[in-house]
Design a protein around this ligand. Structure first.
Ligand code: FO1
Length: 306
């Protein structure tokens, strides 16, 4: 079997680790959002790629979910004293990854090559594929105009009102050619933010059609549980977009693409409404606080699609 797992951000990476624990590298491929990427301090920052890499390498900061555990901050402190930009926190060990990626990219390597060289050096044997090797940049449209994603998410702490999203470059970016569409037996959309972690992936020219053309089941896991997002601005964005902050509303967002929708047990009452959208609906424990929860959810999803 070959599973394709679409992921972005911290929430998606949790389930991705669950799949990496239960499936060998030849049976699963991770496609990760690069819409959050940006050039900063002369570095190519690729947050969702790095969050997934660190998570699969089991060196991720367990509290923040991004960056590395046991990190030191002398670079940031020293930069601060020079009056440099320190709103985007780069730990000393994390900085090495960014500098090395810069070296690889400047040597003409693709983002995919750089990602997999770095991942294998960190002991990750699973394949991590950026959704495209061409730039796609998510912008959050606010009443004062579009904001670069990291300015919205980190510098402005998700405070601006989101009225829409743009994925600059998505229509001209080409799909990562390494995605094995022809041999897929199932596709999972991990519980990431639908608007700024999943939609950028689906916006890459040809992605939706390629996923649908596989004829494989497409399972989405709800990132909303009991009307709340486990982490991040998903619910706030839904409120600002005038969408109910419910798991059914997320299912509607994916209608026309997904064949299965996984909701948490607390949202059992939403089952009928989601099923009415024409999706197979499963009720599982989707809140993952332990590694066991992650592997168990991964196993339950594999049961669902077998
Ligand atoms: N998120 C923050 O809220 N504050 C930060 O200072 C920050 C730094 C950072 C550095 C490297 C990295 O890979 C991720 C980082 N993130 C930070 C998270 C990042 O902005 C988000 O994870 C994604 O862009 C959205 O999931």
């Amino acid at each position: 079997m070959t599973l394709l797992a679409l992921t972005g951000g911290v929430g998606g990476a949790k389930l991705a680790l669950g799949f990496a624990k239960v499936l060998p590298p030849e049976d699963v491929v991770f496609v990760v959002n690069t819409g959050d990427d940006f050039e900063h301090l002369g570095l190519h920052i690729s947050p969702d790629v790095d969050t997934l890499t660190y998570t699969l390498a089991e060196v991720a900061n367990p509290v923040a979910g991004w960056g590395r555990k046991d990190e030191t901050w002398r670079f940031m402190d020293a930069l601060e004293r020079f009056g440099g930009e320190t709103w985007f926190r780069l730990g000393d060990a994390d900085l090495a990854l960014h500098l090395h990626r810069r070296t690889l990219l400047d040597a003409g390597r693709s983002l995919t090559d750089a990602t997999n060289e770095i991942a294998s050096r960190l002991g990750v044997n699973h394949t991590i594929l950026p959704m495209s090797d061409h730039p796609v940049r998510t912008r959050v449209v606010t009443p004062d105009g579009p904001l670069a994603f990291q300015h919205y998410f980190v510098r402005d702490r998700c405070e601006p009102k989101a009225v829409g999203f743009e994925f600059a470059g998505a229509e001209t970016a080409s799909l990562n050619p390494a995605i094995p569409f022809e041999s897929l037996t199932a596709i999972v959309i991990c519980p990431s933010n639908p608007f700024v972690s999943v939609d950028p992936i689906l916006a890459v020219n040809g992605m939706r059609d390629a996923l649908l053309a596989t004829g494989a089941p497409i399972v989405a896991v709800s990132p909303i549980v009991g009307g709340r997002a486990i982490k991040g601005p998903t619910a706030k964005m839904m409120r600002e977009l005038g969408i109910p902050t419910t798991t059914e509303a997320v299912a509607k967002h994916y209608a026309g693409l997904v064949t299965h929708f996984v909701i948490d047990k607390v949202d059992e009452c939403a089952r009928a409404e989601v099923a009415a959208l024409g999706m197979e609906t499963a009720t599982l424990q989707t809140v993952m606080t332990t590694l066991d929860h992650r592997t168990q959810l991964a196993r339950s999803i594999l049961e669902l699609i077998r």
